[in-house]
Write a protein that binds this ligand. Structure first.
Ligand code: HEC
Ligand code: HEC
Length: 230
C-alpha cells in the first residue's frame, strides 16, 4: 500500500511514526536477544525453529538404554534429558555430533541423524516430564547456599541468575534446566568445565569461569541440592 503521508493529519503522522519506531525497536530488540542467546556458536543454533516431538519419539530407541525411554535416566552418570530446555538440547546434540563435546559412550551414535532429526529429538525430550529425585540431607545447606547466593569470597555468582530459582533454565537464552538432574552427572559436568574438557566455546566459557572458582566440596553440595530441586 502506498500513500502520501503529507496528506495525513499531523496527529496521525506522529502516531504512525511512533508505531514505526516501536516496531523497529521491537525487531531490533528481538534480533539482539537472539544474537546474544546464540552466543556465536553454530549457525544452525541461531534459528528459533522448533522440532517435532512426535517425529523425535521415533528416533530415540537407541538412546533409551542409557537415557531412559522418556529421558529420565536411571544411572547417575547418564544425564536426564526429560524436561530439559529444547534449545539447550539441540545445541548439545550439534556439539556432540560435531565432536566438539566429546562423549565416549555416544561416539558415532548421532551420525545417521540430520539437523531436522536433532531438532525433533530435542523437542521430544523437552516435552517429557522430569522425575525429580530426593536430595541427600548431608550437604544440603551448603548446596542451597551456593545455588541461591553463590560465594562472595571466591566471586561465584548465584546459579539462580541463569538457571532460575526452581532450576528450570531459560529456553530463549539456552540456559539448561538443572532441577532433577542426576547429582553424579552434575559433578562430572562441573569438573569438566573446570578442567576445560567441556565448554570451549562462547556459551561454555561462562561456566568454565564459574566452575573454576568452585571447590570440590561446593560442587558436590550444589549437585546434590539441584538433584532434588523443582
Ligand atoms: C551408552 C550410553 C549412552 C547412549 C546409548 C546415549 N547416550 Fe547420550 N549421554 C551419555 C553420557 C554418559 C552423557 C554425559 C557425558 C558427560 O558426562 O559429559 C550423555 C549426554 C547426552 C546429552 C547431553 C545432556 C546434557 O545435559 O548436556 C544429550 C543431549 C544426549 N546424551 C543425547 C543422546 C541421544 C539423543 C542419544 C541417542 C541417539 C544418546 N544420547 C545415546 C550416554 C549415552
Ligand atoms: C551467567 C549464566 C550462568 C550462571 C550464573 C551459571 N550458569 Fe551454569 N550454565 C550456563 C550455560 C550457558 C550453560 C550451558 C553451557 C554449555 O553450552 O556448555 C550452563 C551449564 C551448566 C551445567 C551443565 C548442565 C548439563 O545438563 O550438562 C551445570 C551443571 C551448571 N551450568 C551448573 C551451574 C552452577 C552450579 C552454577 C552456580 C554456581 C551455575 N551453573 C551458574 C549459564 C550459567
Amino acid at each position: 500500500m502506498v500513500y502520501n503521508s503529507s496528506s495525513l493529519s499531523p496527529q496521525f503522522r506522529t502516531k504512525m511514526t511512533k508505531n514505526l519506531i516501536i516496531s523497529a525497536l521491537f525487531v531490533f530488540g528481538v534480533s539482539f536477544l537472539e544474537a546474544a542467546s546464540s552466543g556465536g556458536g553454530h549457525s544452525e543454533a541461531k534459528s528459533p525453529e522448533r522440532g517435532d516431538a512426535d517425529a523425535g519419539s521415533t528416533l530415540v530407541m537407541v538412546c533409551a538404554g542409557c537415557h531412559g525411554m522418556d529421558g529420565n535416566s536411571l544411572v547417575g552418570q547418564w544425564p536426564t534429558l526429560a524436561g530439559q530446555r529444547e534449545s539447550y538440547l539441540y545445541d548439545q546434540l550439534v556439539q556432540v555430533k560435531d565432536g566438539e563435546r566429546m562423549i565416549a559412550s555416544m561416539m558415532g551414535i548421532l551420525d545417521p541423524y540430520d539437523d531436522k532429526n536433532l531438532r525433533d529429538i530435542a523437542a521430544y525430550y523437552a516435552s517429557q516430564e522430569v522425575k525429580v529425585g530426593q536430595s541427600d540431607k548431608a550437604n544440603l545447606v551448603l548446596g542451597e547456599k551456593v545455588y541461591r547466593a553463590g560465594n562472595i569470597d571466591s566471586a561465584v555468582p548465584a546459579c539462580t541468575g541463569c538457571h532460575g530459582p526452581a532450576g528450570k533454565g531459560v529456553e530463549s537464552a539456552g540456559y539448561p534446566m538443572l532441577g532433577g538432574q542426576k547429582a553424579e552427572y552434575v559433578v562430572t559436568s562441573l569438573i569438566a568445565y573446570q578442567n576445560g574438557s567441556r565448554g570451549n566455546n562462547a556459551k561454555g566459557s561462562a561456566m568454565q569461569g564459574i566452575a573454576s572458582r568452585l571447590t570440590l566440596e561446593e560442587i558436590r553440595a550444589v549437585a546434590n541440592y539441584v538433584s532434588g530441586l523443582y
